[in-house]
Write a protein of this length. Structure first.
Ligand code: AMP
Length: 414
């Protein structure tokens, strides 16, 4: 046995679980192409500065969780902890807004955070995310939220709760933060949250300590401090969600873990996951383009945790395709078996031949292991007469066909 062990917080993905991953990835591509989203793939690592500027120096993700390293030339690089900052960088660098219409994009891939591993929380995990660039309207937010709810429903996940909030903008948030700091400074908080008051004060709303959870209920909420523009945006967004008939709950403590959010913030949570209950989260990020040196461009998006979605696909059974085992009676028949197998592969069908000389009976056992539907049996007699014996392994019926009629047989049976 190998003495190597997988790094903490990472997972090997293999059958049968991998079938659920393939299903999910295929559904994402199919579903989001209905709304004219196009896929973007950015590098797994970026210059660290991108995440520090984009996500925010004081967030947990940047201050504690980055896989940051220097390459041989001394460049300061980080394995991406999320994909939005990279996507915005790519959009600015490649001028997406001029060349690609509509500017709606999705990504699928691994992300890296030096997090405390537990159920639904890993150090290498996967997200898919969806972003609408350049659209300032509350209707864009509502459509995006609607698609996230509807997508999960279409893949068979029900019983989820949608939480929405507005986190304000650079006009109204500073005034709110002053009030919040003043109130939080007097409040009964854990040591860590006391440290957060002067810095990243909104993070106290995410604290899992029972004491803090009780305390934050009485602290000032951003919804009471929204400026006219943010208030109108939030109201119209909610009206549009009503039109989509998407039920939601307003959660005035929902602040999200990344600094770039403005106005709309939302999350979809599940009762099945325990502490790590968020399946996906997102919102508007109208300042991120400018923050990263790009044009002043509004945007809205979300990221979904694929491991957590997979946990909800427990009843999933993969689509089955018909399989054929090509079985030969004596080693001398192997070459002929290979020629027959080729006729399956080249016609687009699934077939397997065992090359290492295997007893006839053993080959049938293998056919059962792969749950083959048919066995094509090749012996000296079949080779001499130009026929193939085909056994239906489900009904146990056997028939003999002319080898030249194999294509016709495949069309009728596979
Ligand atoms: P965030 O990028 O932090 O807004 O997270 C978006 C979604 O990604 C969350 O709702 C989770 O479903 C998922 N997620 C975030 N961090 C992790 C992690 N360490 N392990 C697994 N899933 C994660």
């Amino acid at each position: 046995m190998s003495s190597f062990r997988i790094p903490k917080g990472t997972r090997d993905l293999f059958p049968p679980e991998i079938d659920r991953w393939l299903f999910l990835e295929q559904k994402i591509r199919e579903y989001y192409s209905r709304f004219l989203y196009q896929e973007v793939r950015t590098p797994i690592f970026e210059h660290s500065e991108l995440f520090m500027r984009g996500i925010g120096d004081e967030t947990e993700v940047v201050s504690k969780e980055m896989y940051r390293f220097r390459d041989k030339a001394g460049r300061d690089l980080t394995l991406r902890p999320e994909n939005t900052a990279s996507l915005v960088r790519a959009a600015v660098e490649n001028n997406f807004m001029e060349h690609l219409y509509p500017p709606r994009f999705y990504y699928i891939g691994p992300m890296f955070r030096y997090d405390k591993p537990q159920k639904g929380r890993f150090r290498q995990f996967h997200q898919f995310g969806v972003e609408i660039l350049g659209d300032p309207t509350p209707q864009a937010d509502a459509e995006l939220i609607y698609t996230s709810v509807e997508f999960l429903r279409e893949i068979g996940i029900d019983g989820l709760t949608l939480l929405v909030n507005s986190v304000g903008c650079r006009e109204c948030r500073p005034g709110y933060l002053r009030e919040l700091r003043a109130a939080a400074g007097q409040a009964d908080l854990c040591d860590e949250c006391r440290g957060r008051v002067a810095g990243n004060c909104l993070r106290i709303f995410d604290c899992k300590e029972e004491k803090c959870r009780r305390t934050v209920r009485d602290l000032p909420k951003i919804l009471d401090f929204l400026c006219e523009d943010c208030r109108r945006h939030f109201d119209q967004m909610k009206d549009t969600l009503d039109q989509y008939q998407v039920p939601f709950r307003i959660d005035p403590t929902l602040v999200r873990g990344l600094d770039y959010y403005t106005k709309t913030a939302f999350e979809i949570i599940s009762g099945q996951l325990g502490a790590q209950d968020a399946l996906l989260g997102g919102g508007r990020y109208d300042d991120l383009f400018r923050e990263l040196g790009g044009p002043d461009l509004p945007a809205v998006g979300f990221a979904a945790g694929m491991e957590r979605i997979i946990l909800h696909l427990a009843d999933f059974s993969p689509p089955k395709r018909k399989k054929t085992m090509v079985i030969y009676q004596q080693p001398e028949c192997l070459n002929h078996a290979i020629r027959v197998a080729r006729r399956f592969w080249e016609a687009g069908h699934a077939a397997l031949v065992e090359y290492a000389a295997q007893k006839f009976k053993k080959q049938f056992q293998r056919a059962n292991r792969i749950e083959a539907d048919f066995a094509v049996i090749i012996g000296p007699e079949e080779i001499r007469t130009g026929e193939l014996s085909i056994k239906n392994l489900k009904t146990r019926e056997q028939e003999s066909i002319k080898e030249k009629d194999l294509t016709k047989w495949q069309k009728q049976n596979l």
